[in-house]
Design a protein around this ligand. Structure first.
Ligand code: NDP
Ligand code: AKG
Length: 479
C-alpha cells in the first residue's frame, strides 16, 4: 500500500483506492491510501508549522533541493514514464517525455530560486528609499487532474517550493502512482518535514478541505470547469488567492495556402495524441473551401494508419481513454454530434480489447465533418479523441469561427502566408497561439494559460509563475 506523506511521515489513509491500468483493466497498478478530512487537516497543520522556517530558507538550499529532484526525475524518466503510461494510458514515448518535462521543470525553478530579483528606487519624498520585493504567500493547496500525472504536479510544486511556500498536494484520484513516486523523491530531497505533503484522496473530501481551510493561503487548480467554479467560489468567500486552468475547445485554422502535410500532422498530433485528453487539444478544425476536401481526405488517410493499442506497446500511436466515465463522455458526444447533423467521416469505434485480447477503454480516433458553430460538438469540451471539422469561406470567416468560443486556451493556424500568420497571432482570442504547429505540447519555460472560460488568475510556468506563488512587498526607509 502506498501511503500519504504528512509532516515527513508516511501514513495510512482512512480508505484505499485501487489504481487500474486503462490499457488492461485486469492489471492493478497498486493500492493507494485515501485520506479523510482529518488527515488533510493534519497536512495543513504540518505545512503551516513548517512555513516560517522554509520561507526564510536560502536560495542555495532551495536550488540544491529542486535541482537534485530534477536530476533524479531525469535519471529515472524511463521508469517513471512506464508507470505513468500504465496508470493513465498515454503512450510510452509521450509518458517518458512527460516525465522528462517534469525533471526539467524542477531544474528551471531551481534556477529561479537563485534569481529572486527585486527593485530599489528613490521615493518621491526626500531622504526616503523604496524597496519592492517578493515574498512567499504561505501554505498552498495544489489540486491536479489525471491527464498529466507528473508534469502538472511538477509545474505547481516546483515554483511553490522555489519561492518559499509550503505545499499540500492533492493529486487526481485516478492517477496516484506518479504523484506518489514524485512525493517519494521529494521526501528524500532534504526538504524539512511538513514543507511538502502528499494527501491522496477524493476531491470531494481532501480537495474541499483545502478550499475551505483559512490556513491555506492560495489554491492552484487544473481540471474541469465545474470544479474550477467551486474552487473560485470557495476562495473568493474567504479571500484566498486562486488560479484556475480549465478546459479548452481549441481551434486550428487550415487555410487554402497551407502545406497539406504540415496541417495534417499538426491536426492529428494535437487532436488525437494523448488520446485527445489535453486541454490544449485541437478539437475544432476550421478549414477554408479551397483545401477542405483534400484536407479531410488526407486526415482520414493518416487516421487509418494510427495504431490504437496498449499504451506501453512499441508502435502504439493512441492509447486507451483514461476510464469508463471519460469513455462514456466521448461516445455520448459522438452521438450528439451526429444527431445534430454532423457526419462521422472516420473512426469513433469502441474497441473492447487490444491486439493481445486485454480488456481496456479503447476508442478509435473520430473525425466529424459537416459541423457548424451552433452545434454542441463545437462548443463543449469532449476531452477525448474526437475532432470536428467546420468549413469557412475565407480567412476572415475562419478567424471569426476560431474566436467564437467560450474558451480561449490555445489557437492554431496552418498557413504559408506571413500576412495571415501575423494577423492571426495578433487577433486570436487565446492565451497561446501556434503557427504551423500543434496547439498541444507546450514548452516548460514560458507562460502557460488562457483567456475567457479556460483560465483564471496569473499564468503558470516560466518566470510568470512568480506572480501567483509570491506576494509583493513595498518597503519605505527614512535614511
Ligand atoms: N483542463 C484540464 O487539463 C483538464 C480538464 N478536464 C475536464 O474535466 C472533465 C472531468 O474530469 P475530472 O477528473 O472529473 O475533473 P475534476 O475537475 O473533477 O478533477 C480535477 C481535480 O479536482 C479534484 N476535485 C474534484 N472535485 C473537487 C472539489 N469539490 N473540490 C476540490 N477538488 C475537487 C479532483 O479530485 P478527484 O480526482 O479525487 O475527483 C482532481 O484532483 C474531463 O472530461 C475534462 O473535460 C479534466 C482533467 C484535466
Ligand atoms: O499541451 C500541453 O503540453 C499541456 C496540456 C495541459 O496542460 C493539459 O492538458 O492540462
Amino acid at each position: 500500500m502506498f501511503k500519504n506523506l504528512i509532516n515527513g511521515e508516511w501514513l495510512d489513509g482512512a480508505a484505499v483506492s485501487r489504481n487500474i491500468n486503462p490499457s488492461d483493466t485486469r492489471d492493478l497498478v497498486g493500492e493507494y491510501a485515501q485520506a479523510d478530512a482529518a488527515q488533510a487537516e493534519l497536512a495543513i497543520t504540518a505545512a503551516t508549522a513548517a512555513f516560517p522556517a522554509w520561507s526564510l530558507s536560502t536560495p542555495q538550499q532551495r536550488f540544491d533541493i529542486l535541482d537534485a529532484v530534477g536530476t533524479e526525475i531525469l535519471a529515472r524518466r524511463a521508469e517513471l514514464g512506464d508507470l505513468l503510461a500504465r496508470e493513465e494510458g498515454k503512450t510510452l514515448p509521450e509518458a517518458i517525455g512527460e516525465a522528462g518535462r517534469a525533471g526539467y521543470i524542477f531544474k528551471f525553478f531551481a534556477g529561479e530560486a537563485l534569481r529572486p530579483g527585486g527593485e530599489t528606487m528613490p521615493s518621491v519624498r526626500p531622504g526616503v528609499g523604496v524597496e519592492v520585493t517578493r515574498e512567499a504567500i504561505g501554505v498552498v493547496g495544489l489540486i491536479t487532474p489525471w491527464n498529466f500525472p507528473i508534469a502538472i504536479p511538477a509545474w505547481k510544486i516546483a515554483p511553490a517550493l522555489a519561492y518559499g511556500n509550503c505545499v499540500v498536494f492533492k493529486p487526481a484520484d485516478l492517477v496516484p502512482g506518479s504523484a506518489w513516486a514524485l512525493a517519494e523523491i521529494l521526501s528524500r530531497s532534504g526538504l524539512p518535514a511538513g514543507v511538502f505533503n502528499l494527501v491522496m484522496g477524493r476531491g470531494s473530501v481532501v480537495g474541499e478541505k483545502l478550499l475551505h481551510d483559512p490556513r491555506v493561503a492560495a489554491i492552484s487548480f487544473t481540471g474541469s470547469v465545474a470544479t474550477g467554479q467551486k474552487v473560485a467560489t470557495a476562495a473568493v468567500a474567504r479571500m484566498a488567492k486562486f488560479q484556475l486552468e480549465m478546459g479548452g475547445k481549441n481551434p486550428m485554422v487550415v487555410l487554402d495556402d497551407a502545406d497539406l502535410g504540415v496541417a495534417v500532422n499538426a491536426a492529428v498530433n494535437s487532436g488525437f495524441f494523448s488520446t485527445g485528453q489535453r486541454c490544449t487539444a485541437s478539437s475544432r478544425l476550421i478549414v477554408t473551401e479551397g483545401i477542405h476536401d483534400r484536407f479531410v481526405a488526407a486526415m482520414v488517410e493518416k487516421m487509418k494508419s494510427l495504431k490504437v493499442d496498449d499504451a506501453r506497446k512499441a508502435g502504439t500511436d493512441i492509447g486507451p481513454v483514461v476510464d469508463a466515465s471519460q469513455l462514456r463522455q466521448d461516445t455520448d458526444y459522438l452521438g450528439i454530434a451526429q444527431d445534430e447533423g454532423g457526419t462521422l467521416a472516420h473512426g469513433g469505434q469502441r474497441v473492447e480489447t487490444n491486439a493481445d485480447g486485454a480488456p481496456g477503454f479503447y476508442l478509435t480516433p473520430a473525425l466529424i465533418t459537416n459541423t457548424t458553430a451552433a452545434m454542441r460538438i463545437n462548443k463543449e469540451e469532449v476531452f477525448g479523441p474526437v475532432v470536428s471539422v467546420m468549413r469557412a469561406k475565407n480567412y476572415d470567416e475562419a478567424l471569426a469561427l476560431a474566436n467564437d468560443s467560450p474558451f480561449g486556451l490555445a489557437s492554431g493556424i496552418a498557413t504559408t502566408s506571413l500576412k495571415h500568420a501575423t494577423h492571426f497571432k495578433r487577433h486570436a482570442q487565446a492565451g497561446m497561439v501556434m503557427v504551423n504547429l500543434p496547439t498541444a505540447g507546450v514548452d516548460y519555460h514560458v507562460p502557460f494559460g488562457g483567456r475567457k472560460g479556460s483560465s483564471y488568475g496569473p499564468r503558470e510556468q516560466g518566470r510568470h509563475a512568480a506572480e501567483f506563488y509570491t506576494t509583493v512587498k513595498t518597503a519605505y526607509t527614512q535614511a
